[in-house]
Unconditional design. Sequence first.
Length: 426
Amino acid sequence: MSQEKQKVAVIGLGYVGFPLAVLAATKDYEVFGYDKDEEKLSRIEKGENIVGEEYIDELLPKVKINVARDETNLKQCKIFIIAVPTPVDEKYYPDLSFVRSASETVAKNMESGALVVVESTINPGVCEEIVKPVFEKKGWEVGKTVYISHCPERINPGDSKWNVRNIPRVAGSFDEIGLKKTVDFYESILDATVMPMKTIREAEAAKIIENSFRDVNIAFVNELAKSFDLMGIDIVNVIRGAATKPFAFMPHWPSRGVGGHCIPVDPYYLIEKAKENDFDHRFLRNARAINNSMPHYTIELLQNKLNEIEKSVKGTSIGILGVSYKANVGDLRESPALKVIEELEKLGGRLNIFDPYLPKYSNVKNLDEVLEKSEVVVLLTNHSQFLNLPLENFRDNGIRVIIDGLNCLDKEKIESLGIIYKGIGR
Ligand code: SAJ
């Protein structure tokens, strides 16, 4: 008689929870998926790859994910993974309501001895101040009848190399038993190392600094881009040159701004948390302000180039190439393109918007239509489809100015075609 599989519940079946559920189901676990979104649940029941990642396509046919519509079905699980969103609100305050409500669902539907792992990105202190009290209020004793850990997700959407299987992790818990249970679980499903942290706060802090590191480095080159624009220096070439140094330099690239669910969000977790100790993360705040200024800076570049041809934004037909925050995915979260579009509309621009991954957000059918209808073009997402377009198409359609918000087009070639080109810092 084969040994009964251990049951794992994944709460939150998005770009983090769903790949983890699939991966665990390929190992010696029976997986139960729980999510508030009925559409997601029915698509999973139909065996659909709801995140669209290619490596999931290979794994999906081999697995079965039990969709738990009734939360009491979760009672049979011994391991609970919480992978719900942790966005910030319009004032950039962390919204932990999803983590709280997921914790309540688990605390109501578990049995003694369960392991609860929060994967969502949270600031240091959340497991102690938000998650742990939820379980204690339900009568569970952390370290005895429930074990609570944090193993921050590191999913990189659209990345063909690094994915839930092979990305190393860190893990922290309130006690040694909880830590061991957590490391054992992740080592049983990952082809990657799991570094045990000394405290749960260390694990919470690790993820926050990973992404804050990226945000401040992008802000660094964005500030350089503005300065070098005034000096007539091509910042992209300068960074390429600096990157020939084989140590102690890590290239980042200026752009129309920083979008996504992680990089522009996570630093605010630290900024807000530190305020409780009257500490001001000035450096992180300044980096956020620089990155948040880039959509407007992109418009200033457009206005300067329109002036060169005696035009203004008002009344000009402007092609917008890309709305997604990242290449070759259709994701609008914190997308800088949305801020550029909003401001251009306020200035009276007539926008022809096309994103191949976001047809609902496009107001023209395809790339050809954008070029036919537009006098100037602003590229805001470096989708491969845009990079593969022969540049002569811009000239043949009479495009007079190209603003390259991702510095991804061939500046020299475009200028040789008689088109005015401006990138971010080049
Ligand atoms: N961006 C720049 N310049 C850069 C890099 C990115 O302007 O040099 C912009 C992008 O256009 C995008 C935003 O920043 O709008 C975020 O880009 P990203 O490549 O960081 O993409 P994300 O948001 O998917 O970040 C994920 C993160 N993964 C997790 O949080 C688990 C991040 O930690 C990874 O470092 C990142 O992928 C990655 O390495 O690609």
